[in-house]
Design a binder for this molecule. Structure first.
Ligand SMILES: Nc1ncnc2c1ncn2[C@@H]1O[C@H](COP(=O)(O)OP(=O)(O)OP(=O)(O)O)[C@@H](O)[C@H]1O
Ligand SMILES: [Mg+2]
Length: 253
């Protein structure tokens, strides 16, 4: 199983959209996909039409060890999803005071079988929930919106990843950086694309996700982009991203 952490501590850069639509894109390539919502905002959960507040147990119960991932996972189309709810914020606080707090998710994923990919949607910070993902994951995928300060937050993220690699998780590799909400007609977008390519070279993925209104609309229908608007630019871009992730294979550590 390839375990991808979808993380950027900057908010609103397309982490959740990428988790949902890359996941759905991979599923359309006959991959068996598990999605994990690690964000107390529960946007991934709601984006897929799951009413988290009606569920007795969600991701928080997995992290505290009350139940197994498989007990909480739900089938949505051809994806399996472990939902989150706002209660996850409380769980994060609770975990801060207990042992093995950084390895809870890693432990929960041990023995999980039958998937080709596990994608983890992280909150927009480098707190304990993101840390659990970085410790459990094998690959990091970073969505970046090519706007002011994009490079600064990338620098900070890479620093954190370096620390994780030399401690908790030496196997964590960079799957790549993907530009989101890309607008080629904007000079600033092209400039930032060039800067990121100069610095990160081949780690900047060839596929960019264009700014596309259908991608912004799909979550309110509880649908991924392929279901909502299969002929949109958003569907084309996330299909290409799925193909690129498959083609590149597991990155070197
Ligand atoms: N390519 C795109 N084109 C247009 N709108 C987009 C695109 N990608 C994401 N959006 C919209 O931008 C907003 C932020 O995207 P998203 O929720 O995926 O970001 P995020 O990084 O997960 O945010 P947060 O940090 O709050 O978790 C959402 O309203 C989403 O629908
Ligand atoms: Mg999000």
């Amino acid at each position: 199983m390839r375990t991808l952490v979808i993380l950027n501590q900057k908010g609103g850069v397309g982490k959740t959209s990428t988790t949902v639509n890359l996941g759905a894109g991979l599923a359309r390539q006959k991959q068996r996909v598990l999605l994990l919502d690690l964000d107390p905002q529960a946007h991934l959960t709601y984006s897929l039409g799951i009413m988290a507040h009606e569920l007795p147990r969600t991701m928080g119960a997995v992290l505290t060890g009350e139940c197994a991932l498989a007990d909480v996972a739900r089938r949505v189309g051809d994806l399996d999803v472990v939902p989150a709810s706002v209660a996850l914020a409380g769980t994060e606080v609770e975990l801060a005071g207990v042992g093995n707090r950084e390895t809870r998710l890693k432990a929960a994923l041990e023995g999980v079988e039958g998937y080709d990919f596990c994608l983890m949607d992280c909150p927009p910070n480098l707190g304990l929930l993101s840390l659990n993902a970085l410790v459990a994951g094998t690959e990091l995928l970073v969505p970046v919106q090519p706007e002011f300060l994009a490079l600064q937050s990338l620098g900070k993220l890479m620093e954190t990843v370096g620390a994780i690699r030399s401690g908790w998780n030496p196997h964590l590799a960079l799957a790549g950086i993907v530009l989101t909400r890309f607008q080629r007609q904007k000079k600033l977008n092209r400039e930032i694309q060039r800067n990121i390519r100069d610095y990160f070279k081949g780690d900047l993925l060839e596929t960019s996700i264009r700014d596309n209104i259908s991608l912004a609309e799909a979550p309110s229908f509880g649908q991924d982009i392929f279901t909502y608007k299969p002929r949109s630019n958003g569907a084309a871009d996330y299909r290409n991203l799925a193909l690129e992730v498959l083609r590149r294979g597991r990155p070197h550590e």
